[in-house]
Design a protein around this ligand. Structure first.
Ligand SMILES: C[S@@+](CC[C@H](N)C(=O)[O-])C[C@H]1O[C@@H](n2cnc3c(N)ncnc32)[C@H](O)[C@@H]1O
Ligand SMILES: [Zn+2]
Length: 288
C-alpha cells in the first residue's frame, strides 16, 4: 500500500505581474524582484494593497473563532464527508495535481479533505492550497493543518500560475468563475457547496420580520466555459443546545448583518434550537 504523497504548492504566481514565485529563505520571489515574506505560522500573504477593499478584509477574528467552535463541535461533519468523497471521485489520475480551497476560512474542510485523501492507495503527488481574503482565517488555518499551503489572497485574482489547478472547491464562499478560469487546467473541476431553499429556515423565521427579506440565492451564473456535470442536495438536522452555539452559527452566516433588531433580541434569549440544514453540491467542468 502506497499512500498519496502530499507536496507543497509549487505553482504560486506573483499577484502583481503573474510571474512564477520561487521559494527562498523566508520568502517567495518573482523574477521582477517582488518579494513576499513567509509568516512565522507558515502562510504567505499574496494580497496586494490595491486589491483590498478595506484595511482588514474578509471575516474578522471573532467570526473566525465562532466558526471554529461551531465546526469543531461536528455540526457540519456530514458536509465534510460528502465533500471529501466528491473530491476523491474527481482527483485526476495523473502524477502530480493541485487542489485549491477558495475562500477556505479557518481550514476545517481542507483539513478533512487532506486526511481523507491521505488514506488513498495511490502513488501520485498532490498539493493542497487554501486561500482566503481574511488574514485571521489563514492564521487559524495554518495552525489547523501543516501539510497544506495557506495563502492570503482573493478568489477573483487567485495567485496561481495559469492552467496549474486541477480542482477548486468553494464552500459557502465568494466564488469567482472568471478568477477560477485563469488558473484551472482544461478539464479542471469546480465544486460549489451552497445553501439551498430550506437551509436554516427556522433561524430565518426568528430573525427576519418578513421571511421574504432573505432572498433565496439564484443558481450561480456560469460562463459558457463551464458545464454542470453533477449536482445533488444534502439535508440533515442540527440540534443546537446552548445559546453560544446559536450565536456562533449566526455569526458564521450573512444573517448576522441582515437580522432585524427584534430578531437579534429574540436569539439572545434562546438556549436551544433545532434547525434544518439544506445544501446543494454542484460539480462543473471547465474547458477553455
Ligand atoms: C462563509 S465563510 C466560509 C468559510 C469556509 N469555506 C467554511 O465554510 O468554513 C466565507 C469566507 O470567504 C472569505 N472571503 C470573502 N471574500 C473573499 C474573496 N474575495 N476571496 C477569498 N475569500 C473571500 C471570508 O473571509 C470567509 O472566510
Ligand atoms: Zn512580481
Amino acid at each position: 500500500m502506497h499512500a498519496m504523497n502530499i507536496i507543497s504548492a509549487n505553482n504560486l504566481a506573483c499577484p502583481i505581474d503573474k510571474l512564477a514565485l520561487t521559494k527562498r529563505a523566508g520568502c517567495y520571489q518573482c523574477d521582477n524582484g517582488h518579494s513576499f515574506d513567509i509568516a512565522k505560522q507558515g502562510y504567505v500573504n499574496l494580497l496586494p494593497v490595491q486589491y483590498k477593499r478595506s484595511k482588514d478584509p474578509g471575516d474578522s477574528k471573532a467570526m473566525v473563532q465562532a466558526r471554529t467552535r461551531f465546526l469543531d463541535a461536528g455540526f457540519y461533519q456530514a458536509v465534510a464527508d460528502d465533500l471529501s468523497s466528491l473530491i476523491i471521485k474527481n482527483i485526476p489520475a495523473i502524477k502530480s495535481s493541485c487542489i485549491l480551497d477558495a475562500g477556505c476560512g479557518e481550514g476545517y474542510y481542507l483539513n478533512q479533505v487532506i486526511n481523507a485523501t491521505q488514506k488513498l492507495n495511490n502513488e501520485n503527488d498532490i498539493a493542497f492550497a487554501g486561500i482566503d481574503i481574511s488574514k485571521h482565517a489563514i492564521i487559524a488555518a495554518s495552525k489547523r493543518n501543516k501539510q497544506a499551503s495557506w495563502i492570503v489572497g482573493t478568489n477573483s485574482q487567485p495567485p496561481f500560475l495559469k492552467q496549474s489547478i486541477d480542482l477548486v472547491f468553494c464552500i459557502f464562499g465568494f466564488h469567482s468563475f472568471s478568477g477560477f478560469m485563469d488558473i484551472l487546467k482544461p478539464g479542471g473541476k469546480v465544486i460549489l457547496v451552497e445553501p439551498s431553499a430550506n437551509h436554516l429556515q427556522e433561524l430565518k423565521a426568528i430573525i427576519y420580520a418578513e421571511p421574504a427579506m432573505d432572498k433565496s440565492k439564484k443558481p450561480p451564473a456560469t460562463t459558457n466555459n463551464y458545464s454542470l456535470i453533477e449536482s445533488h442536495t444534502l439535508q440533515f438536522q442540527i440540534n443546537l443546545e446552548t445559546n453560544m452555539q446559536i450565536l456562533d452559527l449566526l455569526s458564521m452566516t450573512p444573517h448576522l448583518f441582515r437580522a432585524s433588531h427584534q430578531g437579534k433580541a429574540n436569539i439572545e434569549t434562546m438556549d436551544s434550537l433545532t434547525l434544518t440544514a439544506d445544501m446543494i453540491f454542484r460539480v462543473f467542468e471547465y474547458q477553455p
